[in-house]
Design a protein around this ligand. Structure first.
Ligand code: SPV
Ligand code: MG
Length: 541
């Protein structure tokens, strides 16, 4: 939406044959709300903008502070904003600069009133307020009109004659002069609770140019009366700030006296409504487009369904992933490691005592049949949240960060991390030995090595194992498809419930799907015993 479009929209509101309405807003969020409610335009009220700054409507906020707020309002809306420009913040020269700056900030028009700077709100001691000299005010209008670059930018002249205690004749005299000076519309203001002054003016004026009114005081007048009087535009001038104040006063009072939020939560919008109004979703989308170097969209699936019987009493009331290491649950170490690398999309598949897994910022899902099923069944539980950039690993794994970083950079549709340090004393339990297309040799650094087989024995008839698979796999788009196909095929087999991740790898390899190997040399631990807990403490240090 460009500036020209907003100006022409405002002109249309003034010149359309039917009665139109614009609503007050005083900052970005209220402007968004007004637009969302369906209004075709916004009144940037001097009273309301001053009030949201906490100052009086006496030009206590500088004009640049007002314009700064207008920019926020204009940035989040596509409908035109008409600024209540008070007296133009000075003489004709100040008016010229104001108009140029307003156009630059995407404001569609300005209304200036024939009072003296610094002005006072029309409803405070109105009759004591001196009016501007007519000729001087006409000069200001002309200067403004001569300064605009968009022909549709609107300058509205506000006649304060009734406010200052003058009669209809004076009001008409002034309006006539301002119209002749080039004003695009006349705003006729009244502080009476009935619309007589406005209606008599409208009748006398007889549509010489569009007429604008502010029915704050004569609010009980049926809107059709304005229609029949030929008014062009009604400004609802301050209802948004008054609504906000009423709500804030009630809520502040309640929380202060009750010392709890329990009574008010249902009476205020949820935080996510604020996010929505701020356009938080758009930023998330943009991050996907522009932040691919910094933020990873890797989805981590950590398997954490088993109890860990080998820990006996320690896992009576929690699964082994919740055992503390250095005062922090094992799983928390894992999650923190991912977060450090800006990997925030983490699903944990729990089972045994899953309700005790209270790690923040993870998505916890459950394998309800954890007692009778294995790793592959747990992985299948996470299938609805598979994506094209996944990392599947054991939830009881500890490793140095560089392993993760290297894995993220390693090409391949499926990548398995294999530790070639066969004499690594820190590996306990029953390791998964990996047989690969080539051993880990520095001379091969950077070359493609494929996984051939994973099993529990360290050598077969032909060859020695090349290392230990550490229980970590990376899947990209194709790899995910292969995995999903494998899962649906394997699920039909009787022994699916006992299958491990290693079984899935072997199946994929048999199907001819390449699994790349990323060799490492130590620096990881899979927690299988009390001794491992001690070692883990060392590794984390
Ligand atoms: C404003 O909204 O600041 C106005 C309208 O100038 S009124 O307060 O009614 O004078
Ligand atoms: Mg005002």
């Amino acid at each position: 939406m460009n500036q020209h479009n907003k100006c022409s929209q405002l002109r249309e509101l003034l010149t359309s044959p039917q009665l139109e309405f614009i609503m007050e807003a005083h900052n970005g969020i209220s402007a968004s709300i007004v637009q969302e409610a369906g209004f075709k335009g916004i009144w940037a009220s001097g009273l309301a903008v001053s009030a949201q700054y906490g100052v009086r409507d006496n030009n206590e906020a500088s004009w640049t502070q007002v314009v700064e707020m207008l920019e926020f309002m204009s940035d989040v809306t596509q409908i035109p904003i008409l600024l209540d420009g008070d007296t133009g913040y000075g003489n004709f020269n100040n008016m010229r600069r104001l108009v140029r700056k307003l156009e630059q900030r995407g404001i569609a028009g300005v209304c200036i009133e024939d009072k003296l700077f610094p002005k006072t709100n029309s409803f405070i001691n109105g009759s004591r307020q001196p009016l501007a000299d007519i000729d001087e005010f006409c000069g200001k209008i002309q200067a403004g009109k001569d300064s605009q670059t968009d022909a549709n930018f609107c300058i509205i002249a506000r006649v304060e004659a009734f406010i200052a205690g003058w009669d209809l004749a004076e009001a008409i005299r002034r309006a006539e002069a301002y119209h002749a000076a080039g004003a695009d519309a006349i705003l006729i203001h009244s502080k009476l609770s009935r619309p007589e002054q406005i209606l008599s003016f409208a009748k006398e004026w007889a549509n010489r140019c569009p007429l604008v009114i502010v029915p704050t005081k004569y609010y009980s007048t049926p809107t059709d009366v304005f229609r029949q009087a030929g008014i062009s535009l009604v400004i609802w001038a301050n209802q948004m700030i008054r609504a906000a104040v009423a709500s804030m006063q009630a809520i502040a009072h309640e929380v202060q006296t009750s010392e709890t939020l329990i009574n008010i939560e249902d009476h205020i919008v949820p935080v996510k409504e604020i996010f929505r109004l701020q356009g938080a979703d758009e930023l998330l989308e943009a991050e996907k487009r522009y932040l691919s170097n910094g933020v990873h969209h890797t989805h981590v699936i950590a398997l954490a369904a088993t109890r860990g019987e080998e820990f006996h009493g320690l896992t009576l009331d929690k699964p082994k992933v919740m055992l503390p290491i250095g005062g922090k649950p094992l799983l928390r170490h894992l999650v923190d490691k991912f977060k450090k690398l800006s990997i925030n999309d983490i699903t944990v598949v729990g089972g045994y005592k899953a309700e005790t897994i209270d790690i923040p910022d993870i998505k916890l899902i459950q394998n309800p049949n954890y007692a009778t099923t294995g790793e592959l069944a747990s992985l299948a539980c996470a299938q609805p949240s598979f994506n094209d950039d996944m990392l599947v690993l054991y939830g009881d794994l500890l490793f140095r960060s560089y392993i993760l970083r290297d894995l993220l950079h390693c090409p391949g549709e499926i990548v398995a991390v294999v530790d070639s340090a066969m004499n690594n004393p820190s590996v306990s339990g029953s390791p998964d030995y990996a047989y690969c297309s080539a051993p880990d040799e520095l001379s091969l650094f950077g070359q493609d090595v494929n996984l051939l087989h994973i099993c529990k024995t360290t050598s077969n008839s032909e060859t020695q194992a090349h290392g230990r698979w550490i229980g970590m796999l990376r899947f990209r788009t194709q790899g995910r498809k292969w995995l999903e196909a494998a899962l649906s095929e394997l699920q039909t087999q009787d022994d699916f419930n006992t299958m491990s991740l290693a079984d899935a790898c072997n199946y994929l390899i048999k199907q001819g799907k390449p699994i790349k190997v990323l060799y490492i040399r130590g620096h990881w631990l899979d927690i299988n015993s009390l001794d491992d807990l001690d070692l883990a403490f060392q590794l984390q240090k």
